[in-house]
Design a protein around this ligand. Structure first.
Ligand code: PSU
Ligand code: MN
Length: 312
C-alpha cells in the first residue's frame, strides 16, 4: 500500500519478526501541552525499547500513513498543536490521506494503522469511551467499536475518568471486548489507580496477556483486547480527589457548548489547569508505564508466534 510509510527501523523489525509496539499521536497534539508532549513521546519510545521492542509512533503526514516517526517528524507534530493538526478517528483517516493532509491518530485510527502494518500491540494513555450524559448527547468514542473489530492488544490506564465508566464497561461487554486489569481487581481509572468498579478480568503477567492475544487469533475472533494498567501509585490522584474537578470541567464544557471531538481535549486541558499540572504528571507517568508493559507483551507475542507456529 503506497499510502503506508514504514520508518526504516519499523520496516527492518517487521522483516525480522521483531516485536513492535504502536504508539498514538493524538496524545501528543491534543492531549498534552508543549513541550511535555514531545518529551513524553520520546520517553514512551524509550520505555518500549527498554522492554526489548521497537516503537512505532503513528500519524498521517502529508497524506501518508506513517508507522514509525523520525525525531524531526515527532517534533513537527508536537509543535503543531491542536489547531493545525486534525484529530483522526476511523471516520477521518481515509479522507485525510486522500487529501494529502496531516493529522494525529486517536486510539481507533492507530489500531487500524497497527493492523495494517502487522503490529499486535499498542500503548496509549486512556481510551475514549461513553461520555457522561451520553443518554442525551449519544457521545460514545469510536475507540470502543474499533476494539470490537480490530485485533490489536491495547494497553491503557483504564478509560479516561472524565467518562461514564459503568456505561463504558457495559458497551465493551456488549461488543465482546475483554477488559483485563493488570495485577489488581479494581478497574483502573486513568489518573487514579483504582475506580470503585471491579474489572471484568484480571491477569498477572505479560505472558498471560500474550497467550490470550494468540488464543483470540487462533479462534478467528476479530476484535482486540483492552489491558488496563494502573497508574504508578506515586503519581496517582485518588478518585475522590479528582472526581469533583471532573464534574466541574464537564459542566464547563456543557456551558461553553463544547461538543464532538473537542470534548476530550477540552476536559484534559481544564483538569491540567485545575490540578496545577498534577494531572499532567500522572498522565506522563501512566503513559510510560503502559509503554513498558506493551513492550513486554509484544516481546511475549513475538516469542510465542515464532516458537509455536499454528497458534497464530
Ligand atoms: N489518552 C490520553 N490523552 C489523549 C487521548 C488518550 O492520555 O488525548 C486521546 C486518544 O487518542 C483517544 C481520544 O482515542 O483521546 C479519544 O477521543 P474521543 O473521546 O473524541 O473519541
Ligand atoms: Mn466523542
Amino acid at each position: 500500500m503506497t499510502l503506508l510509510a514504514l520508518s526504516p527501523e519499523v520496516a527492518a523489525a517487521r522483516a525480522e519478526g521483531a516485536p513492535l509496539v504502536a504508539l498514538e499521536s493524538t496524545i501528543i497534539t491534543h492531549g498534552m501541552p508543549w513541550p511535555d508532549n514531545l518529551e513524553t513521546a520520546w520517553k514512551a519510545e524509550e520505555a518500549v525499547r527498554e522492554a526489548g521492542a521497537v516503537p512505532a509512533t503513528v500519524a498521517v503526514l502529508d497524506g501518508r500513513l506513517h508507522v514509525g516517526l523520525s525525531e524531526g517528524e515527532l517534533e513537527r507534530l508536537a509543535r503543531a498543536g491542536p489547531g493545525e493538526v486534525a484529530k483522526l478517528s476511523r471516520a477521518d483517516l481515509a479522507v485525510c490521506l486522500a487529501r494529502g493532509q496531516t493529522g494525529a491518530t486517536t486510539v481507533a485510527a492507530t489500531m487500524i494503522a497497527a493492523r495494517t502494518a502487522g503490529i499486535s500491540t499498542f500503548a496509549t494513555g486512556g481510551i475514549g469511551g461513553v461520555h457522561r450524559g451520553a443518554e442525551h448527547s449519544f457521545d460514545i468514542s469510536a475507540d470502543l467499536q474499533e476494539l470490537a473489530q480490530t485485533p490489536v492488544t491495547v494497553v491503557c490506564a483504564g478509560a479516561k475518568a472524565i467518562l461514564d465508566l459503568p456505561k463504558t464497561l457495559e458497551v465493551l461487554e456488549t461488543l465482546g471486548v475483554p477488559v483485563i486489569a493488570f495485577r489488581q481487581d479494581a478497574l483502573p481509572a486513568f489518573w487514579s489507580a483504582a475506580s470503585p468498579l471491579p474489572a471484568p478480568l484480571r491477569m498477572e503477567s505479560a505472558a498471560e496477556i500474550a497467550a490470550a492475544h494468540l488464543a483470540r487469533a487462533a479462534l478467528g475472533l476479530p476484535g482486540g483486547q483492552l489491558v488496563a494498567n494502573p497508574v504508578p501509585r506515586e503519581a496517582e490522584i485518588p478518585h475522590t480527589e479528582i472526581e469533583p474537578l471532573i464534574a466541574r470541567a464537564t459542566q464547563e464544557a456543557a456551558e461553553n457548548g463544547i461538543a464532538g471531538k473537542a470534548v476530550t481535549p477540552f476536559l484534559l486541558s481544564r483538569i491540567q489547569d485545575m490540578t496545577a499540572g498534577r494531572s499532567l504528571a500522572a498522565n506522563v507517568a501512566l503513559m510510560l508505564n503502559n509503554a513498558a508493559l506493551a513492550g513486554a507483551i509484544a516481546v511475549e507475542i513475538a516469542t510465542r508466534a515464532t516458537t509455536a507456529p499454528g497458534t497464530e
